[in-house]
Write a protein that binds this ligand. Structure first.
Ligand SMILES: Cc1cc2nc3c(=O)[nH]c(=O)nc-3n(C[C@H](O)[C@H](O)[C@H](O)COP(=O)(O)OP(=O)(O)OC[C@H]3O[C@@H](n4cnc5c(N)ncnc54)[C@H](O)[C@@H]3O)c2cc1C
Length: 360
């Protein structure tokens, strides 16, 4: 089948990998120019790693990513509250993760600098072509929208989904290891310092060439003045003033102009995950997971179901693409709701004082 994928983030690239492995002709259209295409890094835990195993990329992931054997929760002074050993988690920069998938794709499958603009339809509302702002258009049998949280495709086909804010925001920072010599953290350990009162935590997770560190905070108790580097810097110093001195060291070595503020959001009702012969994958499908921590695994989960549905459709030649995704919503929504509830529990735990959350 001829598959047109809009968006070249993890969801689009994972779908391209899974579908081209199954013999489909795939093309990915990504809005950004190749040089702008990068991003931060991911801490992938057991559930996400299982998804990589399912698609046969776990060995490659372990070969490139930094293994995180131990995950510790600490109090603000660095005393361990909870420990998870042999975690089999990894930490990996986004562009390196994308490269693992891309190394298996045919050259030129990804077209950069292609911003989706519109569709052409047949009389039965099936999509026939995706059109881009440079006046090009491409025909497909089926289409995948993997164009992220603000999905222009979703807005066009289904309408915008009202998001509800989550009571947690995050600031994520990266320090190249070349810029910080004595950071005092073990390279195979991820740690999270938690405030006694709850609603504030600092996490640290090393990749092979950088330290990723982040502040998670309850937006009802803490606010960053604005998104400028100076405000983020002052906020970071302010909320961690009396904490373990390794955090002050991280702050001193951080270029806050590259910080990323995550506004966690969710949607109360999961709406449609498909439209005729188009399936939504990744954040365009389900930005309702409350926290950003599992998006990669869920994006692979989407790709695997899409692959199964297209495979079934190939088996029955009389099955027209209109119906191809009719079981997609049913196949995904149960798993996504499970994840949503899990994330809601961790969010509630995060907001509680330590002695309530950890019974100490
Ligand atoms: C800071 C941060 C940290 C995260 N950390 C983790 C983590 O530790 N673990 C984890 O599992 N998940 C994490 N996530 C979530 C994870 O990144 C996503 O859920 C996952 O990558 C799936 O994203 P996506 O491909 O759906 O969307 P995106 O990564 O947003 O990709 C969408 C792509 O579509 C493109 N696009 C947008 N509009 C158009 C258009 N009009 N035409 C063509 N292309 C378009 C965009 O340029 C982009 O490349 C994190 C997310 C963020 C923001």
């Amino acid at each position: 089948m001829n598959v047109v994928i809009i968006g070249g983030g993890i969801a689009g690239i994972a779908a391209a990998y899974c579908l081209s492995n199954d013999g489909h002709k795939v093309a990915v259209y990504e809005k950004l120019k190749k040089s702008n295409w990068g991003g931060l890094a991911y801490l992938l835990e057991n559930e996400e790693i299982k998804m990589f195993k399912k698609i046969g990329l776990d060995d490659e992931l372990y070969a490139i990513a930094n293994p995180i054997d131990t995950q510790n929760k600490l109090n603000t002074q660095g005393k361990v509250i909870e420990t998870a050993k042999n975690s089999r988690a990894v930490c990996i920069p986004r562009n390196e993760l994308l490269k693992i998938f891309i190394s298996h794709l045919n050259k030129n499958i990804i077209k950069y600098g292609k911003s989706f603009a519109a569709f052409k339809f047949d009389p039965h509302h099936n999509i026939t072509h995706a059109c881009f702002s440079d006046n090009t258009h491409y025909a497909g049998d089926v289409f995948i929208a993997a164009d992220g949280i603000n999905s222009p495709v979703r807005r066009l086909l289904i309408g915008s989904q009202p998001f509800s804010p989550v009571r947690m925001q995050e600031v994520i920072n990266v320090i190249p290891l070349s810029k910080i010599k004595n950071h005092g953290f073990c390279l195979n350990e991820a740690v999270k310092f938690m405030s006694d009162e709850g609603g504030l935590a600092v996490g640290v997770a090393p990749t092979r060439n950088s330290i990723i560190w982040y502040i998670q905070f309850d937006v009802q108790k803490y606010q960053i003045l604005n998104g400028q580097a100076k405000s983020i810097h002052e906020f970071s110093l302010d909320v961690t003033r009396l904490w373990d001195k390794r955090i002050k060291n991280l702050i001193e070595h951080t270029d806050f102009s590259s910080s990323y503020i995550v506004n966690n959001v969710y949607v109360k009702n999961i709406s449609k995950l498909h439209y005729h012969n188009l399936a939504f994958c990744g954040e365009s499908a389900h930005k309702f997971l409350t926290l950003v921590n599992v998006g990669v695994g869920e994006a692979i989960g989407d790709a695997l179901i899409v692959k199964r549905l297209l495979h079934k459709c190939d088996d029955k030649l009389n099955n027209i693409p209109t119906n191809v995704f009719k079981d997609y919503d049913k196949g995904r929504i149960g798993a996504l709701l499970k994840q949503y509830n899990k994330n809601k529990d961790s969010l509630n735990k995060f907001l509680q004082p330590l002695k309530v959350a950890y019974g100490k």
